[in-house]
Design a protein around this ligand. Sequence first.
Ligand SMILES: [Zn+2]
Length: 162
Amino acid sequence: MPEPAYISERPLAEHESTVLVICCSSHVFLPYTQEFLEKHVGLEPGRYDLLAVPGGPQFLLLTEYLPKFAWAGQRWVKFLVERHRLKRVIAISHEDCAWYSDDRFIPQVLQRFGVGRSLKDRQREDLREIVQALRNLGLPISVEAYYAEKSPDEKVRFVREA
Ligand SMILES: [Zn+2]
């Protein structure tokens, strides 16, 4: 048998999770998201299920433009909620998300609908639609959404959107 590359300091602890967090995989915002979850929501690492993908929960709104993304995402959410009997879903988007500036995923035609709206406004509106899309899955969960943005003092603040 090959030698292990690493062995954890602590023994394996299998805590129960009742919460699914859906957020962007951005390496910049992820540490602050984890801090928010621990300090504000009261969820330490290992106490929640995490679905961190580029663009975060935005995949739930891609049913028309990238239906396969939306389909896979819905399957992940349903799988986790049903398998782990989760009760609560927390969706988080963040400012300066690269996903939103890439027109392979957010086509120009969609951007045009939003003339006069800032990207932040668009993301916040998306969050409210995401909450609805999660509710439409018909799962026995409560849903809430937050927007993470830079504060004037260069910190990251989380604002509840829905
Ligand atoms: Zn992002």
